[in-house]
Design a protein around this ligand. Structure first.
Ligand code: ATP
Length: 248
């Protein structure tokens, strides 16, 4: 668990009274929340409740129709996604595919040459293998022959080595075997411990709640609960109609 924010601390991410829509369809209504640096916020709610829409607004992929988005004290409403990326916001998975015919290490080295320069590749590879030990074990394997979960780890390793300021983890564990989900969560913990703030959208509610400090429960595009996980009680279970299993 992260420490409580200092009184007067500046929020890393803040949404104020945000509505967002897809054409005429309004997906979220009056959504407000504050995410302080170093903390982990879980977005919970049933299918279609607006979780991914909030994630997309938070990474600039979708502009609000009303309301404002703030990052580290600046109003960033309406900025283009690449400017959000430059602030150190990563929305993952980004759908970035791997080069199937290259090895794991060649895939990573290609990215790190671009982001770190040739001399930085060795150190970046070591960091990637520390974050994802399984990739280290499979460094010589052709990426196209990795399992789906391992390919997801490979594409994540390419962005996470740079330690984003804000990682929006959007259904990262979707379709992964439980053992791989555990590994993805261990990686999220390491990234959190290294100082990255996390916004998590997750089907596996118990996994999300185990790492989160705060939670938001959405019902039909509106915030039904916003506060510490410790005070959530069984609200999420009642809203989601589950004992916390796998409903989104
Ligand atoms: P899930 O857990 O099923 O992924 P979610 O809570 O992430 O759901 P969103 O994806 O944010 O929900 O969707 C919120 C609402 O917006 C849903 O009713 C959905 O059908 C609608 N919606 C999402 N994307 C679009 C789109 N591109 N065009 C039209 N409507 C959309």
């Amino acid at each position: 668990m992260a420490v409580a924010p200092e009184p007067g601390a500046v929020a890393l991410l803040e949404l104020r009274d945000v509505d967002a829509a897809y054409g005429p369809f309004r997906a979220i209504f009056g959504v407000s929340f504050t995410l302080y640096p170093g903390r982990v916020l879980a977005l919970l709610g049933s299918n279609g409740s607006g979780k991914t829409t909030i994630a997309r607004v938070s990474s600039g992929l979708l502009a609000p129709t009303t309301g404002t988005v703030w990052f580290d004290g600046d109003d960033v409403t309406g900025w283009r996604p690449f400017r959000y990326a430059r602030l150190g916001i990563v929305h993952a998975p980004e759908g970035r595919s791997v080069f199937a015919s290259l090895s794991v290490e060649e895939n990573l080295a290609l990215t790190f040459q671009r982001t770190r320069g040739r001399s930085g590749v060795g150190a970046a590879l070591a960091q990637a293998y520390e974050l994802f030990p399984r990739l280290g074990e499979r460094r010589r394997q052709t990426a196209g022959t990795l399992s789906g979960g391992e390919q997801r780890m490979l594409s994540l390793a390419r962005v996470l080595v740079e330690l984003p300021r804000l990682l929006i983890a959007d259904e990262l564990s979707l379709g992964l075997a439980p053992i791989v989900v555990d590994e993805v969560y261990r990686t999220l913990e390491r990234i959190r411990d290294a100082g990255t703030t996390l916004l998590i959208v997750e089907q596996h509610v118990q996994h999300a709640l185990a790492i989160a400090d705060d939670a938001i429960v959405l019902v039909k595009g509106e915030v039904a609960y916003s506060g510490p996980v410790s005070e959530l009680g069984d609200l999420h279970a009642r809203v989601l109609g589950v004992g916390g299993g796998t409903a989104g």
